[in-house]
Ligand binder design. Structure first.
Ligand SMILES: [Fe+2]
Ligand SMILES: [Fe+2]
Length: 243
């Protein structure tokens, strides 16, 4: 059994230093990996990223993260990424990584993702250049996620996990106003996950959403936004696939 701890939307600032550290220090007893589903900071400043870095450094389990929209607000995502990487985190944007825990090899493919909405109620690549670019940006994120999951398939880890900030499905948005669903996720992410295959999809972003959902292809989706799970992290158990 592979134990995957996950949380998103911890939205840390200078006054939150130390608030998660004691919970995170229990991770080696209960989890093989910690996934961070973006919105780790409030405004994406290097100072806030340094707070996160101190919370996650030397935890004794590998940490794999994607950034969220808040982590982009200061328009310095590269600096935020570098600070988290210095603390030992694998920060993914359209890439895959395999981390090991004992004999287990845990594959994670990650992208922030973006919005656009869900089938029947979604934005299309039509009209003004800005509108087309909006949808194309989401499509690039989804295509990169698909390629990263396929890359993992080649490398043969025991499990493959899709990690995003925006949601791939509407199920886990239940509780949010339907009017804002197009800003909370995109079906293109689910299409990428279903066609490439994964054992679990984890996302954040929807603070008022619901924890449990599923893609149309039957892949489990978990919204781990901290206000949704109401704790420092949740642990999901995945059966490993011996190959
Ligand atoms: Fe958030
Ligand atoms: Fe967000």
């Amino acid at each position: 059994m592979i134990r995957v701890a996950a949380v998103g939307d911890i939205h840390m600032g200078p006054d939150s230093q130390g608030t998660l550290r004691s919970s995170f220090e229990t991770l080696p007893e209960c989890a093989d990996v910690l996934l961070l589903a973006g919105d780790l900071t409030r405004h994406g400043t290097p100072e806030e990223a340094a707070v996160v870095a101190r919370e996650i450094k030397d935890l004794g389990v590998p940490v794999v993260a994607v950034l969220g929209n808040h982590d982009h607000h200061d328009e310095r995502p590269e600096e935020v990424t570098a600070i988290l990487r210095d603390a030992g985190a694998h920060v993914l944007e359209g890439q895959a990584t395999i981390v090991t825990a004992g004999d287990a090899r845990i594959g994670v493919a990650g992208t922030k993702g973006f919005g656009g909405g869900f089938v029947g109620r979604c934005a299309g690549e039509f009209g003004e250049p800005l509108m087309k670019e909006f949808v194309r940006y989401t499509r690039r994120c989804a295509d990169a996620l698909h390629a990263a999951l396929k890359d993992l398939e080649q490398r043969g880890p025991d499990v493959r996990i899709a990690l995003t900030h925006f949601s791939p499905v509407p199920d886990t948005l239940a509780g949010e106003p339907p009017e804002i669903y197009p800003f909370l996720g995109s079906y293109l992410l689910a299409e990428a996950i279903d066609t490439a295959g994964a054992d679990l999809a984890v996302h954040g972003h929807a603070h008022a959403g619901t924890e449990h959902g599923m893609t149309t292809g039957g892949i489990r989706v978990r919204n781990v936004a901290q206000p949704v799970i109401g704790r420092a992290f949740h642990v999901y158990h995945l059966p490993g696939h011996p190959r």
